[in-house]
Write a protein that binds this ligand. Structure first.
Ligand code: UDP
Length: 235
């Protein structure tokens, strides 16, 4: 049995014989609101792994550096070992969620610029506060050059994913990314996951929400994620 290194809300991470490679297992737990709402959905891990692996394959093919190596099984991925930078990077194309509340702008309002990027300090005790590049530097979690690198990569990822979802009639409203430094050479690469747990996805015609029902009506989750996976079927 390989050693369990970390267990989070949605995934378990195991060591392998190679110190530069890890095995990630997607769990069936669905949590939201910082763990307050919790449920288990048989099949959720499998769906998120399938969706995430598909998206990472496309990003890799477009030359975006990621930790993803391959999908190993229905619920597992092989990934490169990274040290996660404790910043949640949110990319927004349409106003929604906390941005709508913070600035008092109606949800669904398009932006008169291409996109915006926000940074949140990953810290449960502080409730993941919004920060900027200066704060990141002040608390020694990333240098100016690293923040510039992360911003550039987030924009490139947004461009690939926006085009991909557009092609299947879905608006990529916003999403959260995490980056890490490769154990092998320190390069900053996209890590963690991109899945309907971490994105807002709206059908362009019906405006149906094809994402993290986890934060809305938890009962719809398997059906919605299944629907999203089949929409992505041809990419
Ligand atoms: N997000 C996430 N994990 C978090 C917080 C946000 O994956 O801990 C994603 C969320 O799914 C959405 C985007 O980041 O696609 C922006 O979230 P927002 O700040 O609007 O907060 P929310 O309204 O989702 O709480």
């Amino acid at each position: 049995m390989s050693q369990l290194l970390y267990e989070g809300k949605a995934k378990k991470v195991f060591a392998t014989d190679d110190p530069n490679i890890l095995r990630v297992e997607y769990k069936d737990d669905a949590t939201a609101f910082n763990g307050a709402k919790k449920a288990v959905f048989p099949g959720k891990g499998k769906l998120n792994n399938a969706i995430c692996s598909k998206l990472f394959d496309v990003l890799k093919a477009k030359g975006i550096p990621t930790h993803f190596v391959e999908r190993l099984s229905e619920t597992e991925q092989r990934v490169k070992a990274v040290e996660i930078i404790p910043i949640e990077v949110v990319v927004r194309n349409v106003v929604a969620g906390s941005l709508s509340k913070r600035l008092g702008i109606e949800e669904g309002t398009p932006m008169d610029r291409s996109s915006i990027i926000e940074f949140y300090y990953k810290n449960d005790e502080l409730g993941d506060p919004l920060i900027n590049d200066d704060h990141a530097k002040m608390i020694h979690i990333a240098t100016d050059a690293e923040m510039a690198d992360i911003r550039k990569q987030a924009q490139a990822i947004n461009s690939v994913l926006t085009t991909l979802f557009d092609g299947v009639g879905i608006t990529l409203v916003d999403f959260k990314l995490e980056f890490g430094k490769l154990k092998s050479n320190g390069d900053i690469v996209l890590a963690d996951e991109i899945s309907p747990d971490t994105c807002r996805l709206w059908d362009k015609e019906t405006h149906e929400k094809l994402d993290m029902c986890v934060r809305r009506n938890i009962a719809d989750l398997p059906e919605t994620y299944e629907k999203l996976l089949s929409r992505l079927g041809d990419i």
